[in-house]
Design a protein around this ligand. Structure first.
Ligand SMILES: C[S@@+](CC[C@H](N)C(=O)[O-])C[C@H]1O[C@@H](n2cnc3c(N)ncnc32)[C@H](O)[C@@H]1O
Length: 241
């Protein structure tokens, strides 16, 4: 019987002996909404800056093996954790906001069958405390896969509210939270300093040879595009320990 391949299954992999790794993954041929529809918890729509499920899946498939440990220190709705567990990896997430940490747990419950759900662990806390939060798993992480706040305003557009003269984006979700301690509100040097600390914490929890994969998007400042990962301490390159 012919089976239809899942839209989330990465179909292109570079061979490890290739001198230049594959640079383009076709993970956005279907919209983010389509990738989540009927699969992810509907409450995820409230989070304003989620990773594409197919992208998380590609990274996990490419840079880790079944049975290994994947960590997302800025877990949001838990996209990385869900996709990693579906691929048979243990997955630990850290998220500052109780609201999103609870949603990530609900999401895992919603998407995953028990055998995969037991692979997921979620901590509410600050990513700068990653090593403490991971406890005995610190230093044993095979892959950190994360998408940081983007150092620009993020929000869910509510056009109807805007038409009524209200806010374009609900203020409680804008930049992830009203809490100014959330890095969604940090800009410039404050953002870069905090992210440098978090990338350092990621480096510290990786095992020797472990990989840090960071997904960012370019922002615009004064008419120029700025790549937040290129401003990171490791220059935004793939780094392994
Ligand atoms: C770009 S979002 C990650 C989205 C996630 N990949 C997903 O698919 O849902 C960044 C997340 O970092 C969280 N965050 C901000 N500052 C943090 C900190 N110091 N420690 C942990 N999480 C933090 C935000 O609340 C937000 O949910």
């Amino acid at each position: 019987m012919a089976t239809t391949p899942s839209p989330y299954t990465p179909t292109i992999r570079h061979r490890r002996r290739d001198p230049v790794p594959l640079a383009v993954w076709p993970v956005a041929q279907r919209s983010a909404q389509y990738q989540r529809a009927g699969r992810y918890h509907p409450g995820c729509a409230a989070h304003p800056g989620k990773m594409l499920p197919a992208l998380a899946r590609c990274i996990v498939a490419e840079y880790s093996r079944p049975g290994q440990l994947v960590v997302d220190p800025l877990a949001g709705t838990g996209t990385t954790l869900v996709e990693a567990a579906l691929l048979g990896r243990r997955a630990i997430g850290v998220e500052l906001e109780a609201r999103w940490a609870d949603l990530a747990r609900e999401n895992a419950e919603h998407v995953l069958r028990p055998e995969h759900r037991q692979l997921v662990e979620l901590h509410q806390g600050d990513a700068t405390d990653l090593a403490t939060l991971l406890g005995d798993d610190s230093g044993r992480v095979d892959l950190v896969c994360t998408s940081p706040p983007y150092a620009c305003d993020v929000g869910n557009v509510d056009k109807a509210n805007w038409d009524r003269g209200g806010d374009l984006c609900p203020t409680d979700e804008r930049n992830y939270s009203t809490d100014k301690a959330n890095l969604g509100h940090a800009r410039g040097a404050a953002y870069e300093g905090a992210m440098a600390t978090i990338y350092g914490a990621c480096f510290a929890v990786l095992r020797p040879g472990g990989i840090l994969a960071v997904v960012t998007k370019n922002t615009r400042r004064k008419g120029r595009t700025v790549c937040p990962s290129a401003r990171a301490p490791h220059g935004g390159r793939r780094v392994s320990r």
